[in-house]
Design a protein around this ligand. Structure first.
Ligand SMILES: NC(=O)c1ccc[n+]([C@@H]2O[C@H](COP(=O)([O-])OP(=O)(O)OC[C@H]3O[C@@H](n4cnc5c(N)ncnc54)[C@H](OP(=O)(O)O)[C@@H]3O)[C@@H](O)[C@H]2O)c1
Length: 153
């Protein structure tokens, strides 16, 4: 009878161990699959979503707000950024050194794209002293996009 009890107990322990190992194994498989297949699932989802899910189109202004600040914005890359953002209905704050160029580019953008502009003449190579004035000039403007075109060292 004692032998039967011992056999029954060890059988129950065996069953418990098997169940625990099974749970651990299933958990390990799920974790491994999640880690390894997650990126693939996300990529497939991102590729297929536009074809199957209704897209909620947001304009740049709806997404980031209606104002952008662009440094180095009177020539080259910065100017093209300013024009591109303005063409999408974003008001632009232009920051560069030369007042004459700033006025010209601001007028050009306002006439062409019918957005608001503001310009700030500042030389970023002059150190931190220029920042309080820029901060003051930007006060009250809800800036959602900041494009820093240069390091200006
Ligand atoms: N163009 C390219 O193919 C290219 C490629 C790779 C990297 N980059 C880099 O991208 C940056 C811009 O290039 P870009 O070709 O657009 O130059 P860019 O045509 O010479 O224009 C520079 C702009 O920055 C302003 N600026 C220059 N120094 C300034 C300063 N100290 N403080 C404030 N504003 C200043 C200039 O106006 P003011 O003179 O009135 O200040 C101008 O609006 C540079 O760092 C360049 O090295 C350019």
């Amino acid at each position: 009878m004692l032998d039967g009890l011992i056999n029954s107990l060890s059988f129950n322990a065996y069953v418990v161990v098997v169940i625990l190992l099974s749970i651990a194994g299933i958990w390990a498989i799920i974790s491994w699959s999640y880690d390894n297949l997650r990126s693939l699932v996300l990529i497939v989802k991102a590729v297929l979503a536009p074809y199957f899910l209704p897209q909620e189109h947001q304009t740049l202004a709806e997404k980031f707000g209606s104002w952008a600040v662009i440094t180095g914005s009177t020539d080259g890359i910065g100017k093209q950024y300013a024009r591109e953002l303005a063409s999408r209905g974003i008001n632009v704050v232009l920051i560069s050194r030369t007042k004459k160029k700033l006025v010209e580019v601001a007028n050009e953008i306002e006439q062409e794209f019918h957005v608001k502009t503001k310009w700030i003449a500042a030389d970023f190579s002059q150190g931190r002293d220029i920042y309080p004035r820029i901060e003051e000039e930007l006060r009250g403007i809800p800036v959602g996009i900041l494009e820093l075109t240069d390091t200006f060292t």
